[in-house]
Ligand binder design. Sequence first.
Ligand code: SAH
Ligand code: SF4
Length: 384
Amino acid sequence: MSDLLLPGDAERILAKAALFAPPGNTLPDGRRDLVGLSREELLAAVAEAGEAPFRAKQLWHWIYHQGVRDFSAMSSIARPLQEKFAKHFIVSRPDVALDQLSKDETRKFLFNFRDNEKVETVYIPDRQEDRGAVCISSQVGCTLSCRFCHTGTQKLARNLSSAEIVGQFMAARDAYKEWPSPKGETPRLLSTIVLMGMGEPLYNYENVAKAMKIVMDGEGIGLSRRRITLSTSGVIPMMDKAGAELGVNLAVSLHAVRDDLRDELVPLNRKYPIKDLIAACKRYPGASNARRITFEYIMLKGINDSETDARALVHLIAGLPAKVNLIPFNPWPGSTYESSTPVALKKFASIVMDAGYASPIRTPRGQDILAACGQLKSLVQPAA
Ligand code: SAH
Ligand code: SF4
């Protein structure tokens, strides 16, 4: 399709995402995966099998509320129909290729999909609070080549499907036996989702959006949109779309306050420079003191960590309900940067804090199991 036929940037990005589409959801034996289907698609699948619409509602409940994978355990469905469903359908999970527990209880999974592509998912518990975040991947590899990021050295193999995105969360829930889905305010061990794993979620928008709608559905997993944070390197046209359609929390990987430096660290900046990025953050719906935008800022020694940088950062985000996550750089084999010194980190944080912004320093978690972006996979499967 010629670019001229595509009216806007968002459409162009969606068309490009389709070139990296995941494999379909039908197995070689003809059975179809029900995980990852929207409610409408599930309804259509049930109708195709010649069954009444309320069966779709029952299946949804068993799959997403109860976490059941085996049709024979779906006790509100009579045996003959269970058997029929089992002939037509499956309820998938990714295979666990590796499962590592850190001394600090961070747990890292390497998941393997049907075509043998793999991604990482990390569970980061908050022991004091009985809750935790699941860091989910959206793509196998990434096209964006940020200089400090190991995933950026791994060519984009393909986008993940909605089933593979929801599947990471469901498989992590399996590992903690957190089924059925806790209701309302009942505490959850796996209480938030951060789309901060491998890949750029806004370059795989449709599958990410579909997966998040499934996760947010109140008759299933029922995670509130306030408990989901999507991290982007700054794909502006899709930020507007995500804000309008999903309304999840937004995190922006800023990492630099000057275009010349950000052009180098986050090459996407050449297309969507800082000024436009901040304007898009200002437009982001629901940004308020209760729902602040998170700016991620990786602290690189001697590169972006001076006091001048800190003051410029404060100036840049002035007027935005925001917080700043300062992330000490996590080295990987072959990386050229070093993490800022503790003194530089503290100084930077205090300047941002004195200006009225929360600026937690993200202590590295799971270092003994290489829980930083892209590292485990690279040990198993060297980057192409
Ligand atoms: N593509 C999206 C989401 C995935 S990357 C984005 O860029 O926002 C999410 C975060 O991983 C980035 O903000 C970056 O802060 C962090 N990250 C990547 N490489 C890192 C490294 N070597 N050390 C510490 N954090 C890293
Ligand atoms: Fe891709 Fe994010 Fe890594 Fe940049 S930081 S290469 S956008 S995964």
